[in-house]
Design a binder for this molecule. Structure first.
Ligand code: AP5
Ligand code: ZN
Length: 217
């Protein structure tokens, strides 16, 4: 099964993608995580992307599409993938359609997580992430069960993102509404858009996703 999770920054795409990986055996493909790895390694892509990401703007389509084309050719997505943070513009969606058609891979669902802008700012400002497995946590909404230890992998190191500052979050939300929201009618016209209330608590969002996808095998 191949899915896209669509939604504004902080909507819970990464949180739910991790749960779908664990429950359904799908592979998360997060362009944000891929870009942060490029920045960390100091690669050419990382050097180009770093300042753009810190301003909360979108990295140019050509860079993202080339990076994604390599990723969807890897064998580990044979059981299915969850795209998290891609596509983010209509040209990215069009490029994805071409890539998947060439590989005869269907796109089963595009799921929009709907969350109010005010809630997003609160979610992003309290976020921290396991440095090893990427599991997401929150100062108020989701602390590790054992203080300082990741529930998912047992690691004891966590990170906070450079672009999670309030002023950058405003720019990221603006980019979402202007450049990414047009993907909603794009996928609605294809008949594969599903909408989930992302304001609900995490377990309820997971149950709504399960109602769409069917129970894990
Ligand atoms: P990216 O890494 O994709 O970030 P984003 O889209 O801004 O999304 P986030 O990761 O912030 O949020 P999320 O929806 O995953 O929420 P999460 O589950 O963590 O992109 C970063 C940057 O990279 C972009 O700004 C851009 O520059 C660049 N980029 C990436 N892809 C690109 C592309 N395709 N094209 C161009 N540029 C690209 O949840 C947030 C917090 O809320 C967590 O703390 C979590 O614990 C908590 N939470 C989650 N669900 C709930 C809930 N139901 N109730 C309460 N709290 C919750
Ligand atoms: Zn972990």
């Amino acid at each position: 099964m191949n899915l896209i999770l669509l939604g504004p920054p902080g909507a819970g795409k990464g949180t739910q993608a991790k749960r779908l990986e664990d429950g359904y055996g799908l592979t998360q493909i997060s362009t944000g995580d891929m870009l942060r790895a490029e920045v960390k390694s100091g690669s050419e892509i990382g050097l180009q992307a770093k300042a753009i990401m810190e301003r909360g703007e979108l990295v140019p389509d050509a860079i993202i599409i080339a990076m994604l084309a390599v990723r969807v050719s890897a064998p580990d997505i044979a059981e299915g993938f969850i795209l998290d943070g891609f596509p983010r513009t209509v040209p990215q969606a069009e490029a994805l359609d071409i890539m998947l058609k060439e590989k005869a891979m269907p796109l089963h669902h595009v799921i929009e997580l709907q969350v109010d802008d005010a809630a997003l700012v609160e979610r992003i400002s309290g976020r921290f992430t396991c440095a090893k497995c990427g599991e997401g946590y929150h100062d108020s909404f989701k602390q590790p069960k054992r203080a300082g230890i990741c529930d998912r992998c047992g690691n004891a190191e966590f990170t906070r993102r450079a672009d999670d500052k309030a002023e950058t979050v405003a720019a990221r939300l603006e980019a979402y509404h202007r450049q990414t929201a047009p993907l909603l009618p794009y996928y609605a016209a294809k008949g594969i858009l599903r909408v989930v209330d992302g304001m609900a608590e995490m377990d309820a969002v997971a149950r709504s996703l399960e109602a769409i996808l069917g129970p894990p095998q």
